[in-house]
Design a protein around this ligand. Sequence first.
Ligand SMILES: Cc1cc2nc3c(=O)[nH]c(=O)nc-3n(C[C@H](O)[C@H](O)[C@H](O)COP(=O)(O)OP(=O)(O)OC[C@H]3O[C@@H](n4cnc5c(N)ncnc54)[C@H](O)[C@@H]3O)c2cc1C
Length: 388
Amino acid sequence: MNLHYTPEQQAFRQEARSWLEANVPAQPLPSFDTAEGARAHREWEARLHAGGWAMVPWPVEYGGRGANLLEWLIFEEEYYRAGAPKRINQNGIFLLGPTIMEYGTPEQKARFLPPMASGQEIWAQGWSEPNAGSDMAAIQSTALRDGDHFVVNGQKTWASRGAFADWLFGIFRTDPESQRHRGLSFLLVPLDLPGITVRPVPQLDGLPGFAEVFFDEVRVPVANRLGPEGEGWKVAMATAGFERGLMLRSPARFQDTARRLVELYRAEGGGGCDRVGEEVVRCWLGAEAYTLETYRTVSRLLAGGRIGAEASLNKIFWSELDLRMHELALEILGDRADLLPEAPAARASREVGSWLDGYLFALAGPIYAGTNEIQRNIIAERILGLPR
Ligand SMILES: Cc1cc2nc3c(=O)[nH]c(=O)nc-3n(C[C@H](O)[C@H](O)[C@H](O)COP(=O)(O)OP(=O)(O)OC[C@H]3O[C@@H](n4cnc5c(N)ncnc54)[C@H](O)[C@@H]3O)c2cc1C
């Protein structure tokens, strides 16, 4: 094991740091769950792309920098250190992008990856349906073959950023006689096709962070199928593996939260020897442990390994750590924990309101990307070999 960075990696870090210091907007952008914020975040993606920083591990011809995953982790550390905007196209660049690299034809890679990297095409994720959440194999939306098109009918729900997205990826039942995991195909669907209705759904903060998407006789070209017909489940599980096991939540995000938590604890007069102090230290160690575990995963992938069921352990760990850090911050803030950023008593410090905002989102961590109960089932059955 070698825990030191090479001179090349250190130079890469310095280059990323300098670019981010010169380019990250001085003021935070409006939330990407608003029309104005979505526009501003698209512009930011375009700027990242122009600088060559949109998706550093992707090949240059697809809009990347040709770096490797270790350099991606370094870039993420610098990204959070610089306080750069959240990635509006995270469904695309972190989840669908790697899946297209694995399953896409050369034509699909050339068509879909460059506009994804530049933020020109924003993606929503269409797994959940009204009667299929945790039990995703129960999906009912159909895509029936008619010549060189699929005719799609049904409904997807909880599509994050669906209100402002251009495309949706998801699984649809292409064999109407099939049951459960069989007979599904993974489709890439432009959201402006005739027969599609996108209905925004407000989140807990009132902003339209989700959308329901309705399909009524929508004609999707067969060329938009990713992977073989009927094998959509396998392709979707690759996407879920990238999501839970590595890309959706890079460790830098939690290291940054842990650093801010330590600062908050100190600023509020914490001395380190009380219960809260001990918990703050435990959280900080958790973020460091998650970082080392991720470096291990990346080293394994670079040596030719694959992400497997252990992605579920990862997902439980980061989502529970994130929630605990935000709960502790609210406890430290005491009466001020309930203040929104725009409240007069919170204006003096951007930190105060941002913890409540972060807490509301952290509450969703144990739910999205597959609930933690479902991850525990996967661990029990596939890692521990326990009976169903
Ligand atoms: C912030 C956020 C963003 C999201 N983004 C998207 C998105 O972009 N695209 C998308 O398709 N979906 C998205 N979702 C939906 C998410 O994937 C589902 O909410 C999740 O899979 C759970 O499904 P459900 O809500 O239908 O709950 P249910 O499946 O009805 O589950 C209800 C409860 O029962 C438990 N449960 C269910 N089955 C079992 C079991 N077998 N064993 C033990 N416990 C069980 C669950 O853990 C949960 O606590 C998002 C959700 C959130 C909160």
